[in-house]
Design a protein around this ligand. Structure first.
Ligand SMILES: *Cc1c(COP(=O)(O)O)cnc(C)c1O
Length: 395
């Protein structure tokens, strides 16, 4: 018996649920790429992406996914042979580092853990040891979507300052922008990048890079520069230059609607909504974890992210059986474990266009599946999530 018919709940950490209004905004003909409305749309989006990153610096829009923006960020500020320090806390900064290596950087990984945040003290001591100033850039993910960790970007920036080091701080915000605070200028981040299809609720295919004045001062000397990614080319007068070719019009229509939704709700409410729904998820997982048959991947509660929760299952329990049952019988598509956690756990996304019924529905389905599959777990997880939300939003 399957209960799948009805609305599918896509609970993976990207692409996330695309709001109906965002989808509808793409249902229109293409427009002239050289005239007024398109130029105004681009100018507004570039300014608003800098608002999203919270920077007075410039933003650039690329046609491509997060991997594309990784390359867009690196090639504009680095030269071949530059030493780059990658801060490990899961999968994504490592992937960004692999891209840097292929582009000709000398990549060093500051070893971390798949189960914990980057330690700012470790960053400080590594930078202090770099007495010759060989390290030119630091790569870190604010939220790592594989491990489910949130890194303290301000503390990492403070560590750089305490070490008296001037490496560029480059931050991947693909799984955090529009979901939790990110303060590019206030925290001293030099380059930030993100993608459209996670917190920004837009179909995959757009990604973003922002550079502050320091990054843009280094840019003219960067020898990894290449035509498509190049900031200088994109700062050209003509609208055509802004995308180095034809604008991705319909994705831009979608992004416009999504950003308008975020601005209308207000950052404060958007961030609090994510934090409440994330904590509701954690309350449920805590209960399920009582017998230690499953549990949080991230050991330290304060290091668990507000956009994705990664859950490990003990040996002998099959995450595939659980995710397959949730999908095929119950209509909820969970994230699978990736990277070091492949085959060992699953992920619940609470990112972007999510509300109480979507999260409570997802949690209920996971609890139902654990019972139906006779997988041992503590009872009452969903009730704990409900009780938590009730107490937080009580009138
Ligand atoms: C999803 C993700 C990426 C990669 O984005 P793609 O669009 O899949 O290329 C990079 N970094 C983080 C933190 C992500 O969550």
């Amino acid at each position: 018996m399957s209960l799948r018919s009805g609305r599918e709940f896509l609970s993976i950490p990207g692409p996330t649920v695309i709001p109906d209004q965002v989808l509808a905004s793409m249902q229109r003909p293409a427009v002239d790429i050289y005239s007024g409305p398109m130029i105004a749309l681009t100018d507004g989006l570039l300014a608003d992406m800098s608002k999203m990153f919270r920077t007075k610096g410039r933003s650039y829009i690329y046609i491509g996914n997060g991997h594309a923006a990784w390359e867009g960020a690196l090639t504009n500020v680095l030269s071949r042979g530059d030493k780059v320090l990658v801060l490990e806390s899961g999968r994504f900064a490592i992937g960004w580092g692999e891209a840097a290596k292929m582009l000709g950087a000398d990549v060093e990984i500051l070893p971390g853990s798949f189960r914990a945040a980057v330690k700012p003290e470790a960053v400080e001591s590594r930078l202090k040891a770099d007495t010759k100033g060989e390290i030119k850039a630091i790569l870190v993910a604010q939220i790592d979507t594989a491990s489910g960790v949130v890194n303290d970007i301000k503390a990492i920036s403070d560590a750089r300052r305490a070490a008296g080091h001037d490496a560029l701080l480059m931050v991947d915000t693909v799984a955090s922008l529009g979901c939790m605070p990110f303060e590019m200028d206030a925290w001293g981040v030099d380059v930030a990048m993100s993608g459209a299809q996670k917190g920004l609720m837009t179909p995959p295919g757009l990604s973003f890079v922002a550079g502050n004045a320091r990054a843009r001062a280094i840019h003219p000397k960067a020898d990894m520069r290449s035509p498509y990614w190049d900031w200088t080319a994109r700062e050209g007068e003509l609208h055509y230059h802004k995308y180095n070719g034809t604008p991705p019009e319909h994705l831009l229509f979608a992004l416009r609607t999504a950003l308008d939704m975020i601005f209308a709700e207000g950052f404060e409410n958007v961030f609090r909504r994510h934090s409440l729904l994330a904590e509701a998820t954690r309350r449920a997982v805590s209960l399920w974890s009582e017998g230690q048959d499953l549990g949080f991947n991230i050991i330290e509660p304060a290091e668990r992210s507000d956009t994705v929760t990664t859950i490990l299952m003990r040996e002998g329990l099959s995450p595939e059986a659980l995710t397959q049952f949730c999908n095929e019988q119950l209509g909820v598509v969970l994230g699978v474990g990736i990277g070091a956690l492949s085959g060992k756990g699953f992920r619940i996304a609470h990112m972007g266009h999510v509300n109480a019924p979507m999260i409570l529905g997802t949690l209920s389905v996971v609890e139902l599946a654990l019972s139906a599959l006779k997988m041992p777990h503590g009872k009452g997880g969903v009730q704990a999530a409900v009780d938590y939300l009730a107490s937080e939003i009580a009138a």
